[in-house]
Design a protein around this ligand. Structure first.
Ligand code: GTP
Length: 331
């Protein structure tokens, strides 16, 4: 079966990290988000994945030598300009000549969903499209989906006010679609699948949805990106992951953190609840908490809730709280 993976977004909420690395190529537990997504698809029987790309295609091409990830063959559909989710799906599907039922996933969602169960649910209902739903505690910031007992979607409620809906299920970013959905989208026209195509399908009764309680995280915000990394530490000895190809001083202390390859962590530095990404350099006696570091942190600096991109430099002795560097507003 074929899958289209949406990876062409700007990843603005994860800037400055995404100024140099597209969001799906950022690591979670030292494996890229995208490689994790593809591994999940392979388990469900996907043999070909089309990456729907626009912004920064080259890093994706470089990341998968031989255009292969595990047993999945990769193809790259590069949009001339960002076409939004629906336009991107249609562009990629047409590019790859998809003519049978296919899967679509957001390239930044990590879930333990067995996608083959979503395909089976889709076929049983003879649906035109089927969404995976996940429950959230506070749906006020999400697109909530209401369904009938059959699974047929009856209504979308975008960012509901209290009392506006009794559903806590939100669109979880994995879809099974029939090729007829592609025909609903005008060639090379910017189109949102969530806001334009799905509501039209609801009106015609052809859209279904399946809620599950699988683990699920949209890695697109700093807190959720850190949380996704932390979840890879469960059951890991010492509650930390330090890549063998990094240089961590023996006197440095690392608690609940992930350190990627080719990183340097200086003497007496302390990391907690943080992610240090390939190539980052942390000087001596620095203290880093709940932060993501891709750039350079000078000695004795103290960072809390910070995001330091590849081009970010923290001077020795700086004390920073809630800082992004380089400042994405000025980028
Ligand atoms: P933010 O800018 O932080 O909102 O992140 P984002 O750009 O990734 O947007 P969002 O998380 O809403 O996008 C959902 C999925 O669709 C992600 O996997 C994006 O990569 C992808 N996406 C969004 N817009 C486009 C587009 O125009 N083209 C393609 N190919 N993918 C897109």
């Amino acid at each position: 079966m074929d899958a289209v993976i949406l990876v062409g977004g700007f990843g603005t909420r994860l800037r400055p990290l995404t100024l140099t690395t597209p969001k799906p190529l950022l690591p979670v537990g030292n494996v890229s988000i995208l490689a994790r997504v593809i591994a999940g698809l392979e388990k469900a029987g996907v043999t070909r994945a089309i990456l729907a790309l626009g912004f920064k295609p080259q890093p994706f091409i470089d990341a998968f030598p031989g255009n292969q990830c595990g047993g999945v063959q990769l193809e790259y559909a590069v949009e001339p300009e960002p076409l939004d989710t629906g336009g991107a799906i249609a562009f990629a599907a047409r590019f790859a000549g998809i003519s049978q039922t296919f899967i679509v996933v957001n390239g930044d969602v990590l879930t333990s969903l067995d996608v083959s169960t979503l395909v089976a649910f889709h076929k049983k209902n003879a649906a035109e499209g089927t969404l995976h739903l996940t429950p959230v505690e506070d749906p006020s910031q999400f697109g909530v989906v209401e369904t009938a007992a059959s699974g047929q979607v009856t209504r979308f409620v975008e960012k509901p006010a209290p009392g506006e809906t009794t559903s806590f299920n939100v669109n979880a970013g994995t879809y099974v679609l029939e090729p007829s959905v592609i025909e609903r989208i005008t060639v090379n026209q910017k189109t949102s699948i969530e806001r334009v195509v799905f509501p039209a399908m609801v009106a015609q009764g052809t859209l279904y949805a399946m809620p599950t309680r699988d683990s699920w995280v949209d890695t697109g915000r700093p807190e959720t990106y850190i949380a996704a990394n932390m979840s890879t530490l469960e059951n890991v000895q010492g509650n930390k992951l330090v890549h063998a190809a990094s240089r961590v001083a023996a006197t440095a202390t690392i608690e609940q953190s992930v350190v990627g390859p080719l990183c340097v962590v200086g003497e007496y530095s302390h990391l907690s609840h943080s992610v240090v990404i390939a190539g980052a350099e942390i000087g001596e006696s620095a203290a880093i908490e709940n932060s993501v570091i891709m750039g350079v942190v000078g000695s004795t600096a103290q960072l809390k809730n910070c995001i330091i991109g590849a081009d970010g430099v923290v001077e020795p002795g700086e004390v920073l709280n809630n800082v992004k560097r380089p400042d994405p507003e000025g980028a």
